[in-house]
Design a binder for this molecule. Sequence first.
Ligand code: PLP
Length: 382
Amino acid sequence: MTTPAYDFDTRLERSGTWSLKWEKYAGRDIIPMWVADMDFRSPPEVIAMLRSRVEHGVFGYIEPGPELAEAIIGRLQESYGWSPAPEHFVWLPGLVSGLNIVCRAIGEPGDDVLTGVPIYPPFLSAPVNAQRRCVHVPLLEDGGRWTFPAGALDEAVGERSRLFLLCNPHNPVGRVYDKRELEALAEVSLRRNLVICSDEIHCGLVLDEDKRHVPFASLSPEIAARTITLMAASKTFNLPGLGSAFAIIPDRTLRARVNAVMKGIVHRPMTVGLWATLAAYRDGEPWRRALVARLRDNRDLVAARVATWRGFRMSPVEGTYLAWLDLRETGRDRWIEAFEAGGVGLYDGADFGTPGFLRLNFACPKALLVEALDRMERVIRG
Ligand SMILES: Cc1ncc(COP(=O)(O)O)c(C=O)c1O
């Protein structure tokens, strides 16, 4: 199959569009590489779908038609050999909402919620928001490569542990967990009677050609029965401002608990978000493949530059568009401030539960990425 040409090179002006990423540094010459959205336009098929709905001009209440779940299931089947049933879907306005809802739906206040650290910050705050205790399970790092040791999960389980929040692919360490690693985590979850909430928002962004995303719920029927999978088109197709996501919950009792927490409080996703989701899953695959090839190039570019910076280490990014940089051996701290002063805005590892690290979002046109890396290098060379 030949890949159609898509434009991932044009530098888009995002200031004045209420962009969270760019407005943080409004009026300052700082290239923002912190929050996880991309400086690329969405696929033409998604934009065409939105344009046609806007032209229609009526934005009343909607109930998603069966073709939406069908398009998603078709893509999941083709990509992962996994076919959840349409009635397992629960529509959500976002995955952070999903994490917070699940933390309220499982167990009781005072119970433990476990998660592997470092981790995307809402995994740390959602249990606390729900009056649960967040138990940090440290990931293991060996030469910059991170793993999730099942033994550490097992050891962290206590009397009041009910829920395990998994992130796969893992933001920020870039791991795409393989089937064997996931099976080990599944074995602990079954034996210790944990419900698993598996955030798979980055699953369309597997960069290594020899890696494949494995949905946690696809491991076995027993695991599916205790897993709440959170997914969205938003990360892969750059739609996070359209507020649309979904949970897949095969077990009727778990689904009822989640729906009960949401009742009367959580609005169904916005119409435009659902239409964009349909177009993305149904028609967006050629664009996604082209995007992944570009992100792979960008990742390699960042890795090659970081390798020349003394004391800096970058973990292999198997998936996501986020580089996780270890700065502990530089012998300096306050790097965030130094890079901002030098014109690059990054995300502090302390927010992910591990000070001494930085997260860099490389999903932008190559010229902008090179400019940001040049600026960082000037700061490092002092
Ligand atoms: C692992 C993970 N979950 C959830 C989100 C955010 O999801 P949403 O924008 O749907 O709330 C992100 C955004 O970066 C993420 O990396």
